[in-house]
Design a protein around this ligand. Structure first.
Ligand code: HEC
Length: 204
């Protein structure tokens, strides 16, 4: 069981490649206050409709970085930059548009590095202005742009101890070892349905 400070700092250090925040800092207290406020009318162990990341249907085929590159160039570069570098605010510290790869981007330990998380997030949120009811990408475009962005370089973290029970890894966890014989490449880009069906048969 982790407390809220540890959970927030896990995201900051591991996914966002930052330095942990002091529990008494204004920023950490603000994040804690926000989480408590947003959840104040939600009872334990319930998931409010619309929370979390959209679950897209799996494609029949593997997602294709080359096709995703074309989506990226047409619909993402204006904000996230031609080399994924994002756009800093005039203060030169904070970002107006976050970087999507390179030294300042999310790490390979981040949830976004899993294709289904990236594709589901982008389908309901990107390009900026899109939402669940008005998506601007097809599912295929979302999976392919996820494959393109997640094939670019980004900060590395030690994830060797993340899954003490390897059978519990999600189908799109892109790092072995696995309890199945599908390749790391298939766990990264798909097709995911055969892996999901195998796991179901295993009862895991
Ligand atoms: C008009 C500007 C704009 C365009 C175009 C745009 N984005 Fe974004 N993107 C943003 C902003 C602003 C954020 C930060 C949103 C937030 O924090 O709520 C963001 C956040 C993201 C994130 C989360 C990054 C992180 O580290 O948390 C991803 C992934 C992303 N965009 C992907 C895309 C993709 C893929 C496209 C093209 C299909 C795209 N965006 C097009 C402005 C844009």
């Amino acid at each position: 069981m982790e407390n809220i400070y540890k959970r927030v700092n896990d995201c900051i250090e591991r996914s966002l490649n930052g330095h942990s925040l002091d529990t008494t800092s204004r920023e950490m207290q603000a994040i804690k206050a926000y989480i408590e406020w947003v959840g104040k009318d939600v009872s334990r162990n319930t998931k409010p409709l619309g929370s979390g990341i959209t679950e897209l249907a799996y494609l029949d085929q593997a997602a294709e970085p080359d096709k995703g590159k074309l989506v990226y160039q047409a619909k993402c570069t204006s904000c996230h930059g031609a080399t994924g570098e994002g756009k800093l605010n005039p203060d030169n510290i904070t970002y107006q548009y976050p970087p999507l790869w390179g030294a300042h981007s999310y790490t390979m330990a981040a949830g976004l590095f899993r294709l289904s998380r990236f594709a589901g997030y982008v389908k309901s949120n990107m390009p900026l202005g899109a939402n669940y009811d008005n998506p601007q990408l097809t599912d295929e475009e979302a999976w392919n742009v996820a494959a393109f962005v997640n094939s670019q370089p980004r900060p590395v973290k030690d994830i060797s101890k993340d899954w003490p029970k390897i059978s519990g890894k999600p189908v799109d966890h892109p790092f072995g070892p696995y309890t199945d014989s599908f390749s790391e490449r298939q766990h990264k880009y798909g097709p995911f349905l055969p892996i999901a069906e195998f796991k179901k048969r295993q009862g895991k």
